[in-house]
Design a protein around this ligand. Structure first.
Ligand SMILES: NC(=O)c1ccc[n+]([C@@H]2O[C@H](COP(=O)([O-])OP(=O)(O)OC[C@H]3O[C@@H](n4cnc5c(N)ncnc54)[C@H](OP(=O)(O)O)[C@@H]3O)[C@@H](O)[C@H]2O)c1
Length: 256
């Protein structure tokens, strides 16, 4: 059944494929962001939200704020503003995107903001679903590309389980499709992870083999907030949804 859906952050790494996946299922989708020509909104102030959400049945929040200050303003306070407007205009369901294991990395400010965002959603006025994903392939690509500019390959003994954003977008579309059915009441948290776990060192080597860049391995000490990551807390051995695209095959596709 067709629904009118707002994707906040609909131009982002996850938001854009989420818009595509929802449109492919026949939904009417509005893409909201600061840079949107049709539906400009700013979660850090609340500007534009009322007009952009008017008439929407479901909201998918795929926005992001990089850095501790922006994360607080966009993810935490922004979620509060967003949910308030959703309740006022009668949105039936809120889908928030979070991170597998974020509550186990209290040493990193961004992860603390994600936990606070989850709390805002759980205690908010709109029925909700939390979609917790592992790290996106794109994120690892950004890290490895940055180091490769110096000819380096970061060698971290930290296991992760990266996922293709298209797999996360499909999982979000499944959640949206279930809103009219058994999941109308919400209150569910589901995890989406990549097909296999590997250390960042192994993944960086795979990236270097495909791209021919970043040939000099450099050991990165796992201290502070990263110690929890080294212990494997970002991995989910039995996710609710397991993506199918490995990091190596994603890199091959991205650099073909
Ligand atoms: N990256 C990962 O590996 C990863 C893994 C698991 C979960 N997640 C979660 O997935 C979500 C999306 O992450 P992403 O990496 O796809 O983000 P992204 O690529 O940085 O995209 C962020 C989106 O949010 C919009 N945005 C930023 N500030 C805004 C504001 N003040 N008001 C309204 N829109 C704003 C941006 O558009 P404008 O700049 O035009 O506003 C853009 O569309 C986040 O909740 C993140 O925690 C990410």
């Amino acid at each position: 059944m067709t629904m009118r859906i707002a994707v906040v952050g609909g131009t982002g790494t996850l938001g854009a494929p989420a818009v595509t996946a929802l449109q492919a299922r026949g939904h009417e989708v509005r893409s909201l962001s600061r840079g949107s020509a049709d539906h400009p909104v700013d979660l850090s102030t609340g500007a534009g939200l009322r007009a952009a959400l008017d008439g929407c049945e479901v909201v998918v929040d795929a926005s992001n704020g990089a850095g501790a200050k922006a994360a607080q303003a966009v993810l935490v306070d922004g979620s509060r503003r967003l949910l308030e407007v959703e309740a006022a205009v009668g949105v039936a369901h809120h889908v928030a995107v979070s991170i597998v294991g974020c509550e186990k990395v209290p040493g990193l400010a961004y992860y603390r903001a994600k936990v606070a965002q989850e709390d805002v959603v759980r205690s908010g006025p709109v029925p909700w679903t939390l979609v917790r994903a592992t790290q996106f392939h794109d994120l690892l690509d950004t890290w490895f590309s940055g180091a490769a500019k110096l000819g380096l390959r970061p060698s971290l003994a930290a296991p992760v389980q990266p996922v293709d954003v298209r797999d996360v977008a499909d999982a979000i579309a499944d959640v949206v499709d279930a809103v009219r059915g058994h999941d109308a009441a919400g209150g569910r948290t589901l995890s989406v992870a990549g097909p296999q776990a590997a250390t960042l060192a192994e993944l960086a080597r795979a990236w270097s083999e495909v791209t021919g860049r970043g040939r000099v391995p450099v050991r990165v000490p796992m201290w502070g907030g990263l110690r929890a990551v080294a212990a494997g807390v970002l991995v989910d051995e039995s996710p609710d949804v397991r993506g199918t695209t490995t990091f190596a095959s994603w890199v091959k596709g991205a650099y073909a």
